[in-house]
Ligand binder design. Structure first.
Ligand SMILES: *Cc1c(COP(=O)(O)O)cnc(C)c1O
Length: 374
């Protein structure tokens, strides 16, 4: 069988290996009180790269989101509006706080939260909103910021998939109170597991730094409730190297995505991903959807592709409001979310995908779709 072209994969080189070895030999594996030296350097580099005042390194993207809500003062009984068409973590952190996730529908063309639907979901209890830059395409963050400001809501951007994206020339986080990033192994840059919170707000930054290390203002003296969300030094040392390569990674993803669009353009059965005016995707995922056909047809297409060595994958087959645990938060009917969840699948465009791979993927897609949908 042909070797699988995975949907995403970490790209680790000699420089990362050297950096990790240096940390291991140095013996300082983590910061005890806040960030260690590698984590501090990574935070500084990240803040500079994304033109933000503060960057706080943590040990996962989920920790970043949880801590962002916590620092913003979201409490039990509050409501937080977010899309249902996202990774579980976006809703999970709201439930962990004891607040109620309130799901708003998305737009079909971008797969991102619909600002009108978001505004319609606001109640007296709403405390925060979490737009997600899904598949790496920025949400309509300037409109969402207007709405959040008007209703006095905290704006937390889930930028876990958005390293390298931009909105009207601005990096993710520019329009938000806080932005949360992930460095999970599949993401556009990785530390294995890891995350970052960025903000321009000094007060948030101070609270975030407290929460990530047990709420200690002095060693062994907690002033607020915290957690252990510190990023280990090995991870931070990988992150420093990965960040330097991000522009090259991003350019390769863009080239692959544009080549794939060129090859699939005009293939009537598929709706291709778009970049609305002013938006630049990070191309974390290249996601298409079948115009006609059932969820079974879609699943057969994905299986056909995988049999041909193309790591096609569905993100996300089940919207969060339909997952067992999340039904307690209410019954929703989100037509666009429910429809696209049955029709989308994603194709590999990560930096290790070659031009020959793109040609192969495009052909395999046409064959698989034609075999499954007439
Ligand atoms: C990956 C991801 C997260 C969670 O990040 P982890 O580092 O895996 O904890 C949150 N939200 C979205 C949209 C993600 O893709």
């Amino acid at each position: 069988m042909r070797k699988m072209i995975p949907i995403n994969m970490p790209l680790i080189g000699q420089e990362e290996i050297k950096a990790v070895t240096r940390v291991l030999k140095g013996g300082m594996l983590t910061g005890r009180f806040g960030s260690g030296p590698m984590a501090k350097q990574f935070e500084g580099d990240f803040a500079k790269f994304f033109k933000t005042k503060h960057a706080v390194a943590v040990n996962s993207g989920t920790a970043a989101l949880h801590m962002a809500l916590w620092a913003a003062g979201v409490k039990a009984g509050d409501e937080v509006i977010l899309p249902s068409f996202t990774f579980i973590a976006t809703a999970e952190v709201v439930a962990l706080i004891g607040a109620k996730p309130v799901f708003a529908d998305i737009k079909q063309n971008t797969y991102n939260i619909d600002p009108d639907k978001l505004e319609a979901a606001i109640t007296r209890k709403t405390k925060a909103v979490i737009p997600v830059d899904l598949y790496g395409l920025p949400a309509e963050i300037d409109r969402i910021k207007e709405i959040a400001d008007k209703h006095n809501l905290i704006l937390v951007e889930d930028a876990a998939q958005a390293h390298g994206a931009s909105y009207r020339g601005k990096n993710p986080g520019y329009f938000a109170d806080v932005a949360c990033w992930s460095f999970y192994a599949s993401k556009n840059m990785t530390t294995g597991e890891g995350g970052m919170v960025t903000t321009n707000n000094d007060e948030y930054a101070r609270k975030l730094r407290l929460i990530k290390s047990h709420g200690e203002t002095e060693e062994y003296k907690a002033s607020v409730l915290g957690h252990n969300y510190r990023m280990p030094e090995i991870e931070a040392s990988i992150g420093i190297v990965q960040l330097k390569q991000l522009p090259v990674f991003a350019a390769k993803r863009r080239k692959n995505a544009e080549d794939l669009t060129e090859r699939l353009d005009g293939f009537e059965q598929l709706v291709l991903p778009v970049e609305p005016r002013g938006c630049r995707s990070s191309w974390y995922l290249y996601t298409v959807r079948i115009r006609k056909g059932s969820v079974e047809d879609r699943d057969r297409i994905v299986e056909g592709l995988r049999n041909k060595g193309v790591g096609a994958t569905v993100y996300y087959p089940t919207p969060i409001h339909q997952m067992a645990y999340y039904q307690q938060f209410g019954t929703y009917h989100l037509p666009n979310t429910e429809k696209v969840a049955q029709k989308v699948f994603s194709l590999p465009v990560h930096p290790a995908v070659t031009p020959e791979n793109i040609q192969y993927i495009a052909r395999a897609v046409e064959v698989a779709v034609k075999n499954c949908i007439d």
